[in-house]
Design a protein around this ligand. Structure first.
Ligand code: SF4
Length: 361
């Protein structure tokens, strides 16, 4: 009779769906090169030799937040001298600069939960971006922000999403999932949207035809079972709605957070998790190696562990850098292409929805 590890290994080789217990057996076996090989084959079954990137620009509107999550280094309270909030003229300046970027395909907007800014502030920014860059996709607002807008306005999540979609929102970035466990959220983010609210917002967005990413933040107070259960929850949502385009994981950066006594996990753990993401999430097409969080050398290595997307050129980033990330805040397209080619893959510039973009389009 085969033991659970033997069964799990066979399934990983054949690309069959893994249960939580089988995932756990593979994780505990710690055979990194075996996991890498299976994950790479799983990636190549989905996207062949192609690795995606896009030309995007991140905008963080404010860091003033009512939530005070212990995991967060970005937020501050109103009145703090580190606080900032972008106004219409700041956005105008950013958009004027963005217009000069060739083939800019996506504006990515995520922010804190400002105590006073009304929903109209966010809505007007979506309209302002759409007006200035009609061909760029607007990927904006995590489910945590959407729930905040709903609570602020008394509207349902469905109404808030419908209004934003009408104004030009194309997709949601999928942040704020952290670990979808009430036990973990009570410790790392007790005041922000619950796991149930995050899941409800995603399913609602998908039903409205708004595609999204999904995420995980790992390496803080969660157990390995909770990580794997999180992946299974995402997989179950995807079975139901088919609305997730890509999965993005963030290793926790403890610096400047209330959990700064924790240590950042090492690259071995990052790579093992990368392979586990590809193997567990058999129904999600793309796995991102988010270079700004991992550092580019580790993100490049992740292409050998099942990742098929390096995110984009980014331009400016404040949230992860507040937690001590030492990466650059932007990268050129030619550098991204070289990094992908070096790893033996074919760089493909894409739009938000993974349609390839060819020069001149
Ligand atoms: S993680 Fe988000 S909601 Fe929590 S404090 Fe930071 S910005 Fe606010």
């Amino acid at each position: 009779m085969e033991n659970i590890l033997e069964i799990a290994k066979k399934k990983a080789v054949n690309g069959e769906r893994l249960s939580l217990e089988e995932g756990l057996a593979l994780y505990n076996d710690n055979d990194l090169l075996f996991l890498a090989e299976c994950a790479r084959k799983a990636k190549e079954r989905k996207s062949g030799k192609e690795v995606y990137y896009n030309v995007n620009r991140h905008i963080n509107l404010t860091n003033i937040c009512t939530s005070g999550c212990p995991l967060c280094a970005f937020q501050c309270e109103k009145g703090d001298k580190r606080g900032f909030t972008l106004e219409t003229e700041d956005i105008e300046r950013i958009l004027a600069e963005a217009k000069t970027v060739k083939n800019l395909g996506e504006i990515h907007i995520v922010s804190a939960l400002h105590p006073d800014k009304p929903f109209e502030y966010y809505l007007n920014i979506v309209k302002q971006v759409k007006n200035a860059l009609p061909n760029a996709d607007i990927k904006a607002f995590t489910p945590v922000e959407i729930v905040h807008f709903a609570e602020m306005t008394g509207k349902s999540v469905k109404e808030v999403l419908s209004i934003l979609k009408e104004a030009g929102l194309s997709s949601l970035p999928g942040g704020g999932a952290e670990i979808l466990s009430d036990r973990v959220r009570e410790i790392i983010c007790p005041k922000k949207a619950t796991a149930t609210q995050w899941i409800h917002t995603m399913k609602t967005a998908h039903k409205l035809g708004i595609r999204t990413n999904c995420t995980m933040m790992y390496g803080h107070v969660e157990t390995i079972e909770e990580r794997l259960q999180h992946l299974i929850t995402l997989r179950e949502i995807q079975d139901e709605t088919h609305g997730f385009q890509a999965f993005v994981a963030f290793p926790f950066h403890p610096a400047n957070t209330q959990l700064s006594h924790l240590k950042r996990v090492g690259s071995w753990e990052d790579m093992k998790m990368m392979a586990m993401f590809r193997l567990m999430l058999d129904n999600i097409d793309h796995i991102k190696a988010f270079w700004i969080m991992l550092t580019m050398p580790v993100a490049q290595m992740a292409l050998g562990f099942g990742a098929d997307d390096l995110d984009g050129t980014i331009g400016e980033e404040k949230i992860i850098h507040a937690a001590g990330a030492k990466t650059n805040t932007g990268i050129t397209k030619s550098r991204l292409q070289k990094i992908i080619t070096e790893a033996g893959y074919i760089p493909v510039e894409r739009d938000t929805f993974y349609h390839p973009i060819r020069e001149g389009e």
